[in-house]
Design a protein around this ligand. Structure first.
Ligand SMILES: [Zn+2]
Length: 383
């Protein structure tokens, strides 16, 4: 294996104030599960005195409906994104467990307190622990009925070794998603996004956009960890590398001054060179990858070219830890979720070259086709 350690950006602890999810290396398995291992999850179903499963009509009364929408589609997405390298099963317990309070009494609104979230999970674990052996599982999905309208969204708890939710037989439950009603339109991609968190992926959208920014100003419509419903939901290549789905041999790191030509193959496919990384320092740098409207990104249609983004270890999840660099400099940090016009290329109407003049870095697309893209990277005062 070649030495690509300079491309494995680490988080800057001084800037992150204890944020556990970042876009950097390594993935911290104190808080999340390790995708290098076999992952086992369990899906349980809970209903409420005011939203009872026996009152559900049609398909919403069927466990298959919930499992198929979330788990079957989610597992299929991970299979494609990982090229079959993620080993992941989701068991199910086909029984509705009745939560003691009405759904509105758990305070599961969009902005919820961590304590309320923790208490909902603890209650569900308490109800089910006699029938679910939590020692067998890394992750838990808690699914409510369609009628539980006061559980609207689906946040995740990432506290693998630090959670205080422990069963009577000593199993700690630290990774859990409280699924909400957004499952009905986000389906498997919701499960992928939340499981992404439980395995170390950050949010690429921003929680507190600055003046003039949308929540997607940094990530645009790229990656399921940004806009879940976007046109290009496949993981950024850098994330696939963090997960171990690309190996070090598929990454090239460009340090020092010089001029280099390099060919990249699309990150939607398994083989070939995937990432060209241009470090700025140990915590940040540029990543260049090839994207095509194929596989999970089929909705990109005929868009093709290279995507350039800045991985930023000085920022954490939901705070701009990754910024896509658009061909139009005025759109930097002004992207929106349905744009997907950020590819550099040589087709008519595309911009071929990216420049960070202050740092003396350029990336130019020289050739582009079904194979991928050939680029030239220059750095420093090169003529
Ligand atoms: Zn998220």
């Amino acid at each position: 294996m070649k030495d690509v350690s300079a491309a494995k950006f680490t988080p800057d602890p001084a800037s992150l104030h204890g944020d556990n999810l970042t876009g950097c290396f390594p993935i911290d398995t104190a808080f999340v599960a390790d995708t290098g291992r076999m992952l086992r999850a369990v899906m349980i179903f809970v209903d409420f005195p005011n939203a009872r499963a026996e009152d559900l009509e049609g398909r919403y009364g069927s466990f298959d409906y919930y499992y198929d929408a979330l788990a079957m589609e989610g597992l299929e997405f991970f299979k494609k994104a990982s090229f079959g390298k993620m080993h992941f099963t989701i068991d199910r317990v086909d029984k509705w467990f009745r939560m003691p309070k009405n759904d509105n009494e758990y305070h599961m609104s969009r902005v919820m307190k961590a304590e309320d979230h923790r208490n909902y999970i603890a209650e569900a674990v308490r109800l089910t622990e006699a029938e679910v052996d939590y020692r067998k599982y890394d992750m838990l999905y808690i699914v409510p009925p369609k009628s539980a309208v006061n559980v609207p969204f689906s946040p995740t708890m990432c506290a693998r070794t630090t959670s205080d939710i422990v069963t009577s037989y000593g199993a700690r439950v630290g990774l859990a998603v409280t699924v909400g009603q957004d499952m009905h339109w986000r389906r498997g991609k919701l499960l992928v996004h939340e499981t992404g968190h439980m395995t170390g992926m950050p949010d690429y959208y921003t929680y507190h956009p600055e003046e003039g920014e949308t929540a997607f100003a940094h990530c645009g419509g790229w990656d399921v960890m940004g806009w879940i419903e976007g046109r290009a939901p496949d993981f950024f290549g850098y994330g696939k590398w963090r997960y171990g789905w690309f190996d070090d041999d598929q990454v090239e790191v460009f340090t020092g001054n010089g001029s280099w030509e390099h060919t990249l193959t699309p990150i939607e496919t398994e083989k070939g060179n995937k990432l060209a990384v241009i470090p700025i320092d140990e915590h940040s740098g540029y990543v260049v990858e090839s994207r095509r409207g194929i596989a999970l990104d089929a909705a990109l249609e005929d868009r093709q070219g290279v995507l350039i983004y800045y991985v930023n270890g000085y920022r954490g999840s939901g705070d701009g830890c990754l910024t896509v660099c658009p061909p139009q400099p005025e759109r930097y940090r002004r992207l929106d979720k349905d744009d997907n016009e950020e590819l550099f290329g040589i087709k008519e109407g595309q911009v071929a070259a990216f420049a960070d003049k202050a740092r003396g870095i350029t990336v130019t697309v020289l050739a582009s086709g079904a194979f991928g893209d050939t680029i030239r990277i220059t750095r420093g005062d090169v003529h």
